[in-house]
Design a protein. Structure first.
Length: 482
């Protein structure tokens, strides 16, 4: 069936959305900051103006009370001729006729003792102008009123400059926000796009595709490492499946061919065929097939094991149980099984660890030297609990140990020796799902197989995969795995 790809989204949509969000946040922050600054400035200026007008009005009222209206009028006229401040005055009677000051007409609607903004006609420098003022009114007597005001031009200009500055700031923030937000968002989107492209090529059969990990060691690199680890595991499973398919085909074909040949030979010979020999040989081949199928089932079960099924256990107890099962078999083979057990706590699935230990002991019995010792030992080594099985057989050459733990791998190229090639592979799989490792070493002579499991559940003893050189943001592996 042809794999149909879903319709592609616009590649820059996510980056644009990210830039818009960054811009929106920046614009809102700018507006709030400038507004707070503006209103605080206006508030301070208003308080200062109130103090100025109140002080000026109080001084004039006090001068009126200490003297008379004529003296106040003379003082105000003198102030309007000589001062350069933006303060305006007016003294008027009940009818609103001007008695003194540079305000020509009393404004309507002003209440006493309250600061208000109004428009008045003012004589300044010999010219009559219509100006906006902030004024305060005081009552001097039954027929006399006093107005003290300050030109509001500066505050009006300040407000206009604020709105102009706000508009320019928002515009500049929007441009910078979109630009910088686009650049910042593009990196995240570039990583996602690279992961998607790498995944597409991986699904197309290029199992060597990986994401590039930079030297920044940030969250994107962590994501790339986890993504690459997933691809590594998938690649391992695919290659293992291919190898298993090849090995399984060969291991199934050989006994089935022998069984078919015996049956055909028996049919040709008729009653002269040795029925017992044919049945016995066929039974042996069927046992080998059943053993192969059972091994595959155990291997599949081990592969599907998760940490949720782990329980606390002691590898010494697991080794003791395996010893009880295989001690008679070792004696029949002319070998001596020796126990050296110490406490080795771990977490795992007891049945799988028992199966792995049994495979190691069975392997040691098959390949150990006649009359030799097979030592089964447990203990603690640093941050790991270990289970070690050493024999005195021919061992495995260092360059063949990696191949020995692969599924259906046989060091006997003719595949004439008994076995399915799943023994060490099962042990390696059990070690891997328990976050441990299987270490094969020289026993001088013989083979020493060591199963190492972490003491702490948050530790991982699995060997790190050899680094792979990847070219480009997404590229193919140019190195090899270890």
């Amino acid at each position: 069936m042809t794999r149909v790809s879903p319709p592609r989204r616009r590649p820059q949509a996510a980056a644009f959305r990210g830039a818009l969000w960054i811009t929106l946040i920046a614009v809102v922050t700018t507006v709030v900051a400038l507004s707070v600054q503006h209103f605080q400035t206006v508030r301070v200026l208003k308080i200062e103006l109130e103090h100025l007008l109140e002080g000026e009005a109080d001084a004039l009222v006090l001068r009126y009370r200490d003297g008379d209206l004529g003296g106040l009028v003379s003082y105000i006229d003198e102030q309007t001729r000589t001062q350069r401040r933006d303060v305006v005055y007016m003294v008027a009677d009940r009818a609103g006729r001007r008695l003194a000051g540079n305000v020509l007409v009393w404004p309507s609607g002003l209440a006493a003792e309250h600061l208000a903004i109004t428009t008045v006609r003012v004589r300044r420098g010999g010219e009559v102008q219509s100006r906006r003022i902030e004024a305060e009114v005081r009552t001097l007597g039954p027929d006399t009123r006093l107005l003290v005001g300050h030109l509001a031009d500066s505050r009006i200009a300040l407000g206009r400059r604020y709105w102009m500055s706000l508009a320019l700031s928002v515009l500049a923030t929007a441009v910078l926000g979109l630009s910088l937000g686009w650049l910042v968002s593009r990196r995240g989107v570039r990583v996602v796009r690279a992961a998607a492209d790498t995944g597409d090529r991986f699904l197309s059969g290029h199992l060597d595709e990986r994401l590039k990990v930079s030297l920044r060691d940030d969250e994107f690199d962590r994501l790339a490492e986890v993504f690459n680890a997933c691809l590594d595991e998938i690649e391992r499973m695919v290659r293992s499946l291919r190898a298993a398919t090849d090995g399984l085909a060969h291991d199934l074909k050989t006994p089935l061919t022998r069984i078919k040949a015996r049956l055909e030979l028996a049919a040709l010979r008729g009653h002269e065929a040795p029925q017992q020999d044919i049945l016995a040989e066929t039974a042996r081949d069927l046992d080998a097939l059943l053993s192969l199928v059972n091994g595959l089932l155990v291997l599949a079960r081990a592969d599907a094991t998760t940490a949720d099924s782990f329980v606390p256990l002691d590898l010494a107890a697991v080794a003791q149980e395996a010893y009880d099962l295989y001690a008679p078999l070792a004696e029949d083979a002319g070998q001596h099984l020796l126990l050296r057990l110490s406490r080795a706590p771990a977490r795992g699935v007891s049945s799988l660890l028992l199966h792995a230990t049994a495979n190691l002991i069975d392997n040691a019995i098959k390949h150990g030297s006649p009359g030799g010792q097979i030592v089964v030992a447990t203990g603690i080594d640093g941050a790991a609990s270990r289970l070690t099985i050493g024999d005195r057989g021919p061992g495995i050459a260092p360059d063949a140990r990696e191949r020995a733990v692969q599924r259906f791998s046989r060091l006997d190229e003719s595949r004439s020796t008994p076995g399915s090639g799943l023994g060490l592979s099962l042990v390696a799989t059990v070690a891997r799902v328990h976050r441990g490792q299987l270490v094969l070493a020289d026993n001088q002579p013989g083979l020493r197989a060591e199963l190492r499991l972490p003491l702490s559940p948050d530790r991982d003893l699995r060997p790190a995969r050899a680094p792979k050189e990847v070219t480009g943001e997404t590229g193919r592996v140019t190195g090899t795995e270890g």
